[in-house]
Design a protein around this ligand. Structure first.
Ligand code: CA2
Length: 151
């Protein structure tokens, strides 16, 4: 069975515990369950990982690039948290790995502070899902699979 990687970056382990007005009350464990459920419905295995460390995220993207080249992994759904707005290194990792990535943000970053309006990841992403709450992860998995089918 093909695999989809769901990657979450810094502070997303705090989901559901603080700032419910912005991010809702769903925990990261709930989000991962939601993603695995979507995977079951769509016929793919979903591998969920979270790290607060940029280098760890980069290593996982490189690893995912190899699995994608080998035909084992469709691609990744990636909420890079605040690294979205700072990390040239994550941009380069996605480009370098030639990995199809759907960038996800729970909140509508464009309706928030100006520093959240720019993403280093968007130019390297195959698609972007913004502002749909945690359901955005499911939309991103569906979008990734559709892109995989139609090229
Ligand atoms: O809206 C999103 O998904 C973000 O990627 C979330 C990031 C933020 O820096 C981006 O601008 C937009 C923050 C993730 C931290 O999540 C928390 C959740 C609960 C409590 C504190 C932080």
């Amino acid at each position: 069975m093909k695999r989809v990687l769901v990657l979450n970056g810094p502070n997303l382990n705090l989901l559901g515990t603080r700032e419910p007005a912005v991010y809702g009350s769903t925990t990261l464990a709930d989000v991962e369950q939601l993603c695995r459920g979507a995977g079951q419905r769509l016929g793919v295995e979903v591998d969920c990982r979270q790290s607060n460390h940029e280098g760890q995220l980069i290593d996982w993207i490189h690893e995912a690039g190899v699995a994608h080249r080998n035909g084992q992994l469709v691609g990744a759904v990636f909420n890079a948290g605040a690294y979205t707005h700072t990390s040239v290194a994550l941009h380069d990792a996605i480009k370098g790995a030639e990995l199809p990535v759907i960038e996800v943000h729970i909140s509508n970053v464009h309706a928030r502070e100006p520093f959240r309006h720019h993403s280093y990841l968007s130019p390297a992403a195959a698609g972007i899902v913004v502002g749909f709450g945690v359901e955005g992860y499911v939309l991103a998995i569906e979008g990734l699979l559709r892109k995989g089918r139609v090229g």
